[in-house]
Design a protein around this ligand. Structure first.
Ligand code: ADP
Ligand code: MG
Length: 247
């Protein structure tokens, strides 16, 4: 998958004044499995991921995915989004539905798959993710790790062409983090490309082919994971890595 961004900017109004979240993001990344977006908090990672997800419109600039421009018209955006799987930090499961119904929902509502078929597909994917015993439970009866696995099942069920994760483990305790990271590592082999925002630097190092380092609204470098971690080019990345790898 080839991602090309050119001069992408995005500002938000903060107390009536525009504040830049992205101030001219330009980079190209060619990856087959995983591109990890890392960098200090507030650097613009989530904003960039939401733009790639078609959930936030950039103020200016161009985004190309496999040479195709990211759509801007609502109708095309909807169809674009329907080909993505997105997993956020907060699982966003509907509390009044069972886990299975949560996984079925986009199949039925977005992809117009008949109920019985959606149910079967949803159950199959839950089985594959070790969630068969939890299918009839409601989110409140699930642990954080299980809830996040249900959210991943929901993202995978429509067979997306690209998976986007925004800090999928930051709400989890260490044991559940390990459980969810193991699942993401497994998905790496399923050949659906993934873009992963994470503060699990050790995990990014292990799983990513490419790294894009974001700080203060800019991608300061993009490179092969091995090279980035062994020999970061920018002073900011060196400082960031020294800090997060210090303990
Ligand atoms: P990261 O994910 O790297 O922590 P974000 O993309 O969340 O960074 O945020 C980048 C900057 O944009 C921050 O200063 C943040 O406060 C601001 N920001 C992000 N989203 C919004 C929003 N919806 N409204 C106002 N400010 C926002
Ligand atoms: Mg974020």
């Amino acid at each position: 998958m080839k991602l090309e961004l050119h001069a992408v900017t995005k500002s938000f109004l903060s107390a009536g004044k525009p504040q830049r979240a992205l101030s001219g993001v330009t980079f190209t990344s060619d990856f087959s499995h995983v591109l990890a977006l890392i960098g200090p908090s507030g650097g613009g990672k989530s904003t960039l991921l939401r733009i790639l997800a078609g959930l936030t419109a950039p103020d200016s600039g161009a985004v190309r995915i496999d040479a195709a421009l990211l759509p801007t018209a609502e109708k095309e955006l909807r169809s674009y989004r329907s080909r993505l799987g997105i997993v956020f930090q907060a699982y966003n499961l509907f509390p009044h539905m069972t886990a299975l119904q949560n996984v079925m929902l986009p199949l039925v509502q977005v992809h117009a798959i008949p109920d019985a078929e959606a149910r079967e597909r949803a159950f199959q994917i839950m089985e594959r993710l070790g969630l068969a015993d939890h299918a009839e439970k409601r989110p409140l009866q699930l642990s954080g790790g299980q809830s996040q696995r249900v959210a991943i099942a929901r993202a995978l069920a429509p067979k997306p062409q690209l998976l986007l994760f925004d800090e999928p483990t930051s709400a989890l305790d260490p044991e559940m983090t390990a459980e969810v990271l193991a699942l993401i590592a497994e998905l790496r082999e399923s050949n659906t490309p993934m873009i992963l925002v994470t503060h699990e630097i050790g995990f990014a190092r292990k799983i990513a082919d490419r790294i894009a380092f974001l700080a203060e609204g800019q991608v300061l470098e993009e490179g092969a994971a091995g090279e980035f971690f062994n020999d970061p080019r920018s002073a900011e990345a060196r400082r960031f890595l020294a800090k997060v790898l210090a303990y």
